[in-house]
Each structure stands twice: as structure tokens, then as C-alpha cells.
Design a protein around this ligand. Structure first.
Ligand SMILES: *Cc1c(COP(=O)(O)O)cnc(C)c1O
Length: 231
């Protein structure tokens, strides 16, 4: 399928989910996750009207960045970020979705030339394979960042488990939203925390119903040229 038709279908489903939840579709931004596809395919997504692109590796990001620089997409770093890679990506990304430890925050603080919009990644399921901090760790972590003037905690991010169990998915998304509200209530100067980065190809309609403001869509939007499983 071409990206344009895929995007149309996704927008229809977002609109429907928003209607159910009494939200407006304008409040949901779609990040096209291009990690499985070529820069040409990523360009197709931009042609279809996508503004946000997401990559999970520094190499993939730098490669596409160069080829697509005429288009100036908004880049999101969505993968596990090794501390030593911060300096290679920091000048190129507008958002980091995987802030999950103090050493990483320290490195971003040190390397960034201006404030970076960050999501704290939370492990909302009990799956041990998922990255992110536990729910108990979130508030102390945010409070530990009051002197990090190059970090803006704009929201929280989670990856739900790969399951068809709707209740389980919904519980993960609800937990993230509760935590988001808790961080907001700190009223910490660098943690406005209004955003929720949650929802992927398999679960984005539920995420939108539960309040997602950024959804990260790869395979069902641009496809998966590398083959194999979706995640
Ligand atoms: C790959 C990836 C996605 C997109 O996954 P799809 O299921 O293909 O939509 C979203 N978020 C993160 C963090 C990813 O690594």
C-alpha cells in the first residue's frame, strides 16, 4: 500500500477513537517511525503530509537526516539511547522519547546547546524485556532534574506489551496518564509534562482513546522493508 492511503486510514481511525473519547484529532500527532525503511520511503511519508519522523538508532537517524535535509522534518529519537551516542544525535533531534536514567540526563545536559524536549520512558507493563523506569521511580527522577536547564520534561512515553488483550493495553496507557498528571502536579519549572507518547501500529486506537498526544507508527504506515516481525 502507498503511504498516502495508509495515512488516510490511520487518520480515519484516529478521528473515530477521538470521537469515542471526546477529544479532537488535532491533539494527536503522528510520528512516522522509519527505522525499517529506506530514506526514499521516508520521503514518501513527508510527501503524504507527515511532519514528524522517528528513528531508534543513531546510524539510521544520521543517514536519513542527510538525505532528507531539504525537507527539514522534525526528528524524534525513540530508541534506547546509549550515553556515548548523545553527542552524535543531540544537535539533530527535537525530541528524545527514551530518557530513562540520570546518567543519560546528565549527558544531555552537558552536550545540548539549547533545551531538548524529552519524554521520560516508563515501563508500564510487567514485561521485563521492556525498557523504561518503574512507576515508583518516575517522580523522584523528575525531581532530581530541577537543575538540568537543558532538559524539558514535556511528557511520558511507554511501549505497551505485544498483546491483543485490550484490557492489559488500556491499563498500561491509563497508568502512564496517571503518572503524567502526577508529574504535572509537581509544577516543576522544567517539567510541564503535558504529552503522552504512546500507541504503535497494533494499539494506537486504544492509546488515543486513553489520551495519547504523540503516536509512533511504523509498519502500518510506511511498512517494513527489512522483513521479519514488527518489533
Ligand atoms: C519500532 C517502534 C515503533 C513503531 O512500531 P510499529 O509497531 O511498527 O508501529 C514505535 N515506538 C518505538 C519505540 C519503536 O521502537
Amino acid at each position: 500500500m502507498d503511504v498516502k492511503s495508509n495515512l488516510q486510514h490511520i487518520h480515519d481511525r484516529i478521528t473515530e477513537a477521538c470521537k469515542k473519547a471526546d477529544r479532537t484529532a488535532k491533539d494527536v500527532s503522528v510520528i512516522a517511525v522509519t527505522k525499517y525503511v529506506s530514506p526514499e520511503r521516508a520521503r514518501e511519508a513527508l510527501d503524504a503530509g507527515i511532519k514528524h519522523l522517528g528513528e531508534n538508532r543513531d546510524t539510521g537517524l544520521l543517514h536519513k537526516l542527510e538525505i532528507l535535509k531539504d525537507r527539514q522534518p522534525v526528528w524524534h529519537f525513540i530508541g534506547t539511547l546509549q550515553t556515548r551516542k548523545v553527542k552524535t544525535i543531540i544537535d539533530h533531534v527535537s525530541y528524545i522519547h527514551s530518557l530513562d536514567r540520570l546518567s543519560l540526563a546528565d549527558e544531555i545536559q552537558k552536550r545540548a546547546k539549547k533545551p531538548v524536549s524529552c519524554f521520560v520512558q516508563v515501563n508500564t507493563s510487567l514485561e521485563t524485556s521492556k525498557h523504561g523506569m518503574t512507576k515508583e521511580e518516575v517522580l523522584p527522577f523528575v525531581k532530581a532534574l530541577t537543575a538540568h536547564e537543558n532538559i524539558r520534561i514535556i511528557g511520558l512515553m511507554t511501549m505497551a506489551p505485544f498483546t491483543a488483550d485490550e484490557t492489559e493495553l488500556r491499563n498500561c496507557f491509563r497508568l502512564l496518564k496517571e503518572l503524567r498528571d502526577d508529574v504535572q502536579q509537581l509544577e516543576q519549572w522544567n517539567a510541564p509534562c503535558r504529552e503522552l507518547s504512546m500507541g504503535m501500529s497494533n494499539d494506537f486506537t486504544i492509546a488515543v482513546e486513553e489520551g495519547a498526544t504523540f503516536i509512533r507508527i511504523g509498519s502500518s504506515l510506511v511498512g517494513n522493508e527489512i522483513g521479519g516481525g514488527q518489533r
